[in-house]
Design a binder for this molecule. Structure first.
Ligand code: BTN
Length: 338
């Protein structure tokens, strides 16, 4: 399909808000003149105050200084495309970033972009999802602006049988990004739940369009709990956030940038060297790789066994307790068994 580079999406954050916020954030220590703002965002000098007001309505604290201009009081942790793209220069994620304050599901949008021919590396971000989706038809809910809610469009030149590796390498990237911010070492529960002390703070939903012998495109949707101060009661035992674990507020912007840089590295390594380095890294950081007693629920069946490494395609090997040999688990729910 021909690539369309100028796809615009209804509902994305206005480019002028993005430019204004980036301008004020990057000049946070000074007062920026109304004239400069007017010129940068492409509006009249009279209209500047209206755009400042729009920003304030979004919760951004901007102080007006009579005659001199405006000054941002606190740089908000909003995942603005221009702030991100400056920092992601040299990666495929810098070029096409679609930001929404509210959207149904970033994965749904990214899948549509994929169908429309949007290019590799395009990214969809949302402060809030109204119909976030999780694996196995579950829903994914996350408090507004508290976590990372992001979907990345990938066009890997691989056969669908290797698609599970995409999921693994996104999980590795998320794990490595978080590891730099927490004292305890994060774990990965195959295929891609990222855990701290056994509780999940990040999940990944990979969806794709493929022909029998090639992936047309894949979308990796990442939901990371970052600054939530508590989890819904029904999830308290199994889910957590970085803030709950560390007692500190974390910058979503910095975390996402780190995650995407790690992803760029793992993705290139995968394309250049194949699955071996990804599997090796997974074996280093996931306690589920080998020798873990697990309960697997897949294809309507539940069984227990012990993990026995991964196939080159990223599929999990489990030696069944019932003596029926080693089962290859393509997808399913994995839980630690007691
Ligand atoms: C899971 O662990 O079940 C996967 C959760 C994936 C959630 C993310 S949030 C961003 C993207 N958009 C969605 O609708 N889902 C994924």
């Amino acid at each position: 399909m021909a690539k369309k580079r100028n796809i615009t999406l209804p509902g994305t954050t206005d480019r002028r808000i993005d430019t204004l916020l980036t301008l004020l954030a990057e000049n946070a220590t000074i007062v920026v003149s109304g004239a400069k703002i007017a010129e940068e965002i492409g509006v009249s000098r009279q209209a500047v105050w209206r755009w400042i007001q729009t920003l304030r309505d979004l919760g951004v604290r901007v102080k007006g200084h009579p005659r001199t201009g405006y000054h941002i009081e606190k740089v908000p942790d909003v995942l603005m495309p221009q702030l991100l793209s400056h920092r992601l220069y040299g990666t495929p994620f810098a070029r096409r970033i679609f930001h929404f304050f509210k959207v149904e599901s970033t994965n749904t949008v990214a899948m549509q972009l994929g169908e429309q021919g949007e290019s590799h590396g395009a990214m969809v971000l949302a402060e809030e999802q109204t119909a976030g989706r999780g694996r196995a038809g579950r829903s994914w809910t996350s408090e507004k602006s508290a976590g990372i809610t992001c979907s990345i469009l990938l066009r890997p030149p691989i056969a669908p049988v290797y698609a599970p590796l995409l999921t693994l390498l996104v999980g590795l990237a998320a794990r490595d990004a978080a590891a730099e911010e927490v004292d305890s070492v994060p774990d990965i529960r195959w295929p891609n739940d990222v855990l701290i002390k056994g509780r999940k703070f990040c999940g990944i939903l990979t969806e794709m369009h493929a022909e029998p012998d090639r992936v047309l495109f894949a979308v990796a949707g990442i939901g990371m709990n970052v600054n939530q101060t508590k989890m819904p009661l029904e999830l308290e035992e199994i889910a957590t956030s970085l803030r709950i674990e560390t007692g500190k507020v974390h910058s979503r912007l910095e975390l996402l940038i780190r995650l995407l840089r790690h992803l760029d590295r793992y993705y290139n390594q995968f394309l250049e060297e194949g699955s071996a380095p990804i599997l090796r890294r997974f074996s280093e950081v996931s306690s589920f790789f080998q020798g873990k007693r697990v309960q697997i629920t897949a294809r309507g069946e539940t069984f227990t066994g012990v993990t026995a490494g991964l196939e080159p395609s990223g599929v999990l090997r489990v030696a069944r307790d019932d003596g029926r040999g080693v089962e290859l688990v393509l997808s399913g729910d994995v839980e630690e068994a007691v």
